[in-house]
Design a protein around this ligand. Structure first.
Ligand code: FAD
Length: 406
């Protein structure tokens, strides 16, 4: 790897959804960036991602929405089934009133990566530390292979355990105060499945199964269940993971257990949930000098409203727009030079200002829903429900948001 300042005006740390979206948004505005990803290839951990209307708006801005629409069927309706003595089925909006599709994460990653100029992404590049050179005012990034790279600006898209977040002074992430873990996976039906274009949640006590078709052959599912002491062992072994899920679903309809039995063992994933408390998002600094954060590094939340990925793409659009505005050049065909640190700092501040309340409310909504699901006491459940109703009268408020044009 070269040690080159020109090559690294803006360095993005992390080649996940947010890092790639940020690089693509900057590219669309004529701003060059370099993405450093620690893995040896771009990863798509977690099988699939639900993309709702606000996410599609952001993907439209990136110019990748139309090709992605060919990969995932539109979901027409959602319903919840409560398995109790008297099985109860109720139609719930589940956010499907507007565009709602379930994307394979690999398709999303590929669509963004393929639209970036060659050489934008460097894999096997783990960033260990970032230091400001007081003389040149460049950020010095030390990589795990010993290389030192200089950058005018750094955007940390390095996920929930972000080193950049700690560097800009964000408080550490915590484990979600819920005794819940989440498993996700795919099941392929060679002759087509019978689930139509419907998103279904089936709930029994503390176990919830969500099922969303990606196509007429492929179904994405997730299971939340109480964590156990064996989970760290189970999560490393797909056979144990599948068995533990089938055990958790023993009182569920037979076809759901079959779905897990026939799942793609290579795509199984079991994880604990980490988050930044919503109230931290109100107060924390998201910028230090010419370094800022986006995506889960900024606002990792529980997945209860399926918005973390979409919000990360919104971050990318807003960040690129703010930077481009400051560079006084909206001509996408012209390469913009990032020359003035003050301009970068002002752009990052505008970005943070625009994003702060959006990510606060998303995070609070997700947090309260998670707490309600987890609460054992009926009184606590009712109090949380009342809070949700008062604060989020429209349950689809988060999908009506539009991050604006690039
Ligand atoms: C169970 C679950 C279900 C979810 N479902 C949905 C959903 O349906 N819809 C939705 O919108 N969102 C969903 N989310 C949230 C969504 O997955 C995340 O918000 C999104 O993936 C965040 O992307 P990111 O790029 O910020 O972080 P990540 O995807 O974590 O990417 C970070 C990248 O940075 C790299 N990296 C880390 N450290 C370094 C370093 N030091 N140097 C170089 N590279 C580094 C990592 O290897 C990784 O590739 C869900 C989350 C969970 C946990």
């Amino acid at each position: 790897m070269e040690n080159s300042a020109e090559d690294a005006e803006i360095v993005i740390i992390g080649g996940g959804i947010c890092g790639l979206a940020t690089a693509l948004a900057l590219h669309r505005k004529g701003i060059r960036s370099l993405v450093l990803e620690r893995s040896d290839k771009l990863r798509a951990t977690g099988a699939a991602i639900i993309m709702q209307a606000n996410g599609w708006h952001a993907l439209d801005q990136l110019g990748v929405a139309s090709s992605l629409r060919h990969t995932a069927i539109p979901i027409q309706r959602g319903k919840t089934i409560l398995l109790s003595e008297a099985e109860e089925e109720k139609e719930t909006p589940l956010g499907t009133s507007k565009e709602f599709r379930c994307l394979k994460r690999a398709d999303l990653i590929k669509a963004m990566a393929n639209n970036l100029p060659v050489g934008t992404i460097r894999t096997s590049c783990q960033v260990l530390s970032i230091k400001l050179d007081p003389v040149t005012h460049f950020q010095h990034l030390t990589l795990s292979n010993g290389t030192i790279l200089q950058a005018k600006a750094v955007i940390g898209c390095d996920g929930v355990n972000s080193i950049v977040a700690s560097m800009v002074g964000l408080r550490p992430v915590r484990f979600l105060p819920l005794s819940t873990c989440v498993a996700r996976g795919f099941t392929y039906y060679p002759d087509g499945h019978q689930f139509g274009a419907e998103f279904v949640m089936i709930i029994k006590d503390q176990v919830r199964l969500g099922r969303v078709p990606v196509s007429y052959n492929l179904v994405y599912w997730f299971v939340t269940r109480p964590s156990t002491n064996q989970d760290s062992t189970i999560s490393k072994n797909p056979v144990l993971m599948r068995q533990s899920l089938m055990d958790s679903l023993k009182d569920f309809p037979a076809h759901t257990v079959e779905m897990i039995r026939n799942c793609d063992m290579n795509m199984l994933h079991l994880t604990d949930l980490k988050y930044r408390p919503p109230w931290d998002l109100l107060l924390d600094n998201f910028r230090r000098g010419t370094v800022t954060v986006a995506g889960d590094a900024m606002h990792g939340t529980g997945p209860f409203i399926a918005q973390g990925g979409a919000a990360s793409i919104e971050d990318a659009i807003v960040l690129a727009r703010c930077l481009a505005k400051k560079m006084h050049n909206n001509d996408a065909n012209k390469r913009v030079q990032v020359e003035d640190n003050t301009l970068i700092e002002e752009a990052f501040d505008e970005y943070v200002k625009e994003r702060r309340m959006r990510i606060f409310w998303l995070s609070l909504n997700s947090f309260l829903i998670g707490k309600k699901l987890d609460a054992q006491s009926l009184v606590v459940k009712v109090i949380i429900l009342a809070l949700i109703v008062v604060l989020f009268r429209d349950p689809d408020w988060h999908i009506h948001y539009q991050c604006g044009t690039l």
